[in-house]
Ligand binder design. Sequence first.
Ligand code: ZN
Length: 165
Amino acid sequence: MSETLTTGKVGTFEYTLEDDTGKVIDSSSGKSPMVYLHGAQNIVPGLEKALEGQAVGGVLDVVVPPEEGYGESSGREPQVVPRREFPKDVNLFVGMGLRAQDSEGKPFVIYISDICGSRVLVTTDHPLAGKNLNFHVEVVGVRDATSDEIAHGHAHGLDGHAHHH
Ligand code: ZN
């Protein structure tokens, strides 16, 4: 019996992600396939749900709505932050996510939505917030997670022993 993706398994898949106009946003083509720990929220909830029970060779076309993807757009205007408030040695780019802390020290992520000279526009909306995610996925690997991977809550590469930060 072939292994299927359930909590505690590490899945590997090739993927193409398109927006609703058919524009390719991201793809594993020419890169490494995605390796993830199932049930650990390593990937968006809608895709994890669709992969549940799949085995090697499984091919899926999944439309993930924003509430199961990167969330709804907040509708709030981006905030302007002067470039000098970011670390000098960090190469900022549009779409980049940065860790920040609120006044109580609670971590959250901000995304750069635009850079105009010394003014950087940031938003708490993920660049794909409010968008349907159209995934085409092919499962190419399913294996048991190592105890380290389960303890860490993420996959350690194809064989489970990849170095990571
Ligand atoms: Zn780890």
